[in-house]
Ligand binder design. Structure first.
Ligand code: FES
Length: 177
């Protein structure tokens, strides 16, 4: 990885690398594993009707840990309150489908879907009791929309994969909505 590679590019290469493990043969990497973009392809339907508020569900998709979190109304409102401390509050330099480039970084405000890998060096952040996500490796912090705070070494928001909402309680990973 070159010294001049941008932080966002490095982030995506790391995420792509993590996905490549499960993609099998490197020569057959599908598009999402080799492009500087958000992951797409290999559709996987997920039911989330039984997911309670505040409970983080992780599913494996193409070798990525994908998070699904149902946020409360108060948590959605709180996303506007600490944007001064964020690196990229409008997700201009972060990877997500166009439909998720909004404050809540999701197609539906209450349902958050993200790749659960820190954009610094790929550790797995945890859902913090204070709200948001904390990476245990070097203390990068993200809000509940996966937007990274300036206080840690990570410089890009969590990556949002392609997904679409198929029904009130069902989404399909890998396909744009
Ligand atoms: Fe998350 Fe370094 S890997 S802060």
């Amino acid at each position: 990885m070159g010294k001049n590679t941008s932080p966002q590019r490095r982030t995506l290469m790391r995420v792509a690398g993590a996905g490549a493990v499960a993609c099998g043969a490197a020569l057959l990497l599908p598009r999402a594993c080799s492009s500087a973009s958000y992951p797409q392809g290999s559709a996987l339907a997920i039911e989330f009707g039984d997911l309670p508020q505040g409970k983080l569900r992780t599913v494996e998709w193409r070798g990525f840990p994908v998070w699904i979190l149902r946020r409360s109304g108060a948590e959605i409102e709180a996303l506007a309150s600490r944007e001064d401390g964020l690196v990229d509050p409008d997700s201009r330099a972060s990877a997500q489908p166009s439909g998720c480039r909004n404050r809540h970084r999701s197609l539906r405000p209450d349902i958050f879907v993200a790749i659960g890998l820190c954009t610094h060096q790929g550790c797995t952040p945890t859902l913090a009791s204070t709200g948001g996500f904390l990476c245990p490796c070097h203390s990068s912090r993200y809000d509940l929309a996966g937007r990274v705070f300036k206080t840690g070494p990570a410089t890009a928001n969590l990556v949002i994969p392609a997904y679409r909402l198929e029904a009130a309680d069902r989404l399909v990973l890998g396909q744009d909505g």
